[in-house]
Design a protein. Sequence first.
Length: 156
Amino acid sequence: MEEKARVKVTFKIEDGGARFSDILAAERVGEDLYRLLHPPCGAWWLSVGDVVRCRPATEEEVFRDGPHVVYEELVESAGHQTVSVVFRFEDDFDTYERITLEMKEAGFRVFEAWGRERLVDIESKEELDRLMAFLEQRRGHLDRVEVLGPPKGGMQ
């Protein structure tokens, strides 16, 4: 029984115990299992399609209203990878939007992150190579491009 839900997920980083939260679109695929439909900002080890186990948030862990769960572990990797694309400060919002639209028109799955950052979901090595070639043509508008995390099982 799959049920689409917008879920706010809190991630606890082991480095120094710092926490951050992110609002993610997810499909509930089990009592405590969610398939990610959006790459998390900052959780570089997770990607679109991954199934994660979460527990209900305690009152102290809820930052805003709405459904809220706390990430516990990766259960199943979808084999995708995420690429972070950060635009230059010198460019305006219209430039960010134009290039984002061009990426979508070229067939890439692009998600907004924070401010100047976009996250691109990648399913294969060929798609990664195609994205890098696409971005190379627009490098004057980019501050940085970073492939997040190691290649996963599905990246052939």
